[in-house]
Ligand binder design. Structure first.
Ligand code: CA
Length: 227
C-alpha cells in the first residue's frame, strides 16, 4: 500500500450514529482523521472550510437529499466522493457524469470493504493528476497524460478508464509475469475476493481494441507485456 495516501482528513456525512462509529474506528485505524457531520448542510460547511482528502456521503440525510449534497460538493471541488447507500436504484445516478461520485458501497458494508474503497478512491485521485508520462512498448505508445494508446501505424485508441489503467500497469512493468491478484490490487485498488475473472475480461477487451498489443498470457500465473 502506498504510504503517501495516509494522513489527512476524511469527511463523513452520515446521520446514523452506529454506522458513524464503525466508520470512525476503521478510517482512523487506516491512518486518517475523521470529521463527522450529521447533516448535509453541516457537511458542506466543513468541506468548504477545511482541506478534505475524501468525502464519505450517505444519501439518506435528515435535512437534504444526499444526491444534492453530492452535486454541491462536486460543483465546488474535485474531492473524491464515496457514496454510502442502501438505495441501489440511485447508484447509476450518483456515479453518472452529472453528479460525479467516484465510487460507492452499499449498506450493509463490511468495515474491511469500506477501508479498501476509501484507500482506492484516494489513490485514484492522486493518480489522476495530469501527467505527461509516455511508455513505448513494441511500437505502441501508451500515453498517460492523454490516456490513449497510439498503434505502430499511428492510429489512436482511447480505451475505457479501467482498460487504460490496466494497459499502463502492464506497460510500466514490462517483462514481468504479473498474477491476476497483483493486477487487481494495483489496477482496481483492492482485491475482489477472488473475482479475478474481471482481469481476463478487461485483457480481452484491450486486445480487441488495441490489435497486436503485446500482452502475453502466462499460463497458471496471469499476464505479461513484452517490450
Ligand atoms: Ca441516513
Amino acid at each position: 500500500m502506498n504510504e503517501s495516501i495516509k494522513g489527512g482528513t476524511v469527511l463523513l456525512i452520515e446521520d446514523d450514529p452506529d454506522i458513524a462509529d464503525v466508520v470512525r474506528l476503521y478510517v482512523e485505524k487506516a491512518g486518517f482523521r475523521l470529521a463527522h457531520a450529521v447533516s448535509g448542510r453541516a457537511g458542506l460547511d466543513i468541506a468548504s472550510g477545511s482541506p478534505i482528502r475524501a468525502v464519505l456521503l450517505d444519501l439518506g440525510l435528515p435535512d437534504m437529499d444526499g444526491v444534492d449534497v453530492c452535486k454541491e460538493l462536486r460543483a465546488a471541488s474535485d474531492v473524491p466522493i464515496l457514496i454510502l447507500t442502501a438505495r441501489d436504484s440511485e447508484i447509476d445516478k450518483v456515479l453518472g457524469l452529472e453528479l460525479g461520485a467516484d465510487d460507492y458501497v452499499t449498506k450493509p458494508f463490511s468495515p474491511r470493504e469500506l477501508v479498501a474503497r476509501v484507500k482506492a478512491v484516494l489513490r485514484r485521485a492522486e493518480e489522476d493528476r495530469p501527467g505527461t508520462a509516455v511508455v513505448e512498448v513494441g511500437g505502441y505508445r501508451i500515453d498517460e497524460g492523454r490516456r490513449e494508446v497510439v498503434l505502430p501505424d499511428g492510429a489512436v485508441v482511447r480505451p475505457t478508464a479501467r482498460e487504460f489503467d490496466l494497459a499502463w500497469y502492464l506497460a510500466t512493468n514490462t517483462g514481468l509475469a504479473l498474477s491476476r491478484g497483483q493486477i487487481l490490487e494495483s489496477v482496481w485498488g483492492y482485491d475482489y475476493f477472488g473475482e479475478t475473472r474481471t482481469v481476463d475480461v478487461h485483457v480481452r477487451q484491450l486486445r480487441k481494441k488495441v490489435p497486436g498489443i503485446p500482452i502475453e498470457t502466462v499460463w497458471g500465473v496471469g499476464y505479461r507485456m513484452e517490450g
